[in-house]
Design a protein around this ligand. Structure first.
Ligand SMILES: Nc1ncnc2c1ncn2[C@@H]1O[C@H](COP(=O)(O)OP(=O)(O)OP(=O)(O)O)[C@@H](O)[C@H]1O
Ligand SMILES: [Mg+2]
Length: 179
């Protein structure tokens, strides 16, 4: 059996604004981990909202329910030796910290990108609509985003390429003997 498979699992929790780069970087990190023999699952915000959290909206209560569900599934995966990667905005610090407290091994990645750059990227065309008042409760525009105070890793996606951001995370995991 490959040595990597015997390592305990953990949760790699990406948080950041829409368009900051959570899905992009988590995909690169996941591929790299798989190629090293790790079992990896990605819980991506968009996919979770289509399945596990279908019907939930964007009130604080619904956002918290969504994040707690993601945290719960990640915890189950992680304790079974999987690297659970989550890629959801997860705007509330207290809720992220609650999920952290339910984990044995939890690595928070702050995907930092200034709002203006996310608006310029507007990958999904949602900022344009939010700024036009067509989407209520849009994170960063009309809803809060609380930056992590002590994340394990910060990537600055307005200054780095996706590959550089992914390498920074993989280096941290290696240095701290997670992989
Ligand atoms: N260093 C970087 N890391 C990640 N993405 C980057 C970086 N530099 C530029 N980008 C670009 O920024 C965009 C990030 O979009 P992505 O869908 O990954 O964001 P997201 O955080 O998952 O947003 P959402 O919360 O809406 O799902 C992509 O178009 C990507 O190519
Ligand atoms: Mg995404």
């Amino acid at each position: 059996m490959c040595q990597a498979v015997d390592k305990p699992g953990f949760t790699l929790w990406f948080t950041g604004l829409s368009g900051a780069g959570k899905s992009t970087i988590s995909g690169i990190v996941a591929e790299s981990l798989r190629s090293r023999g790790h079992r990896v699952e990605i819980l991506d915000g968009d996919e979770v909202r289509e399945n596990l959290s279908k019907g939930l909206g964007f009130s604080k209560e619904d956002r918290d329910t969504n994040i707690k569900r993601i945290g719960y599934v990640a915890k189950l995966l992680a304790r079974n030796g999987v690297i659970a990667i989550t890629a959801a905005i997860s705007p509330y610090r207290e809720t992220r910290d609650l999920v952290r407290s339910q984990h044995q091994r939890f690595v928070e990645i702050f995907v930092h990108c200034p709002l203006e750059v996310c608006i310029q990227r507007d990958v999904k065309g949602l900022y344009r609509k939010a700024l036009a008042g067509q989407i209520p409760q849009f994170t960063g525009v009309s809803d809060p985003y609380e930056e992590p105070l002590n994340p394990e890793v910060v990537v600055n996606t307005h200054l780095e390429s996706p590959a550089e951001s992914a390498a920074k995370i993989l280096n941290w995991l290696t240095q701290h003997h997670y992989i």
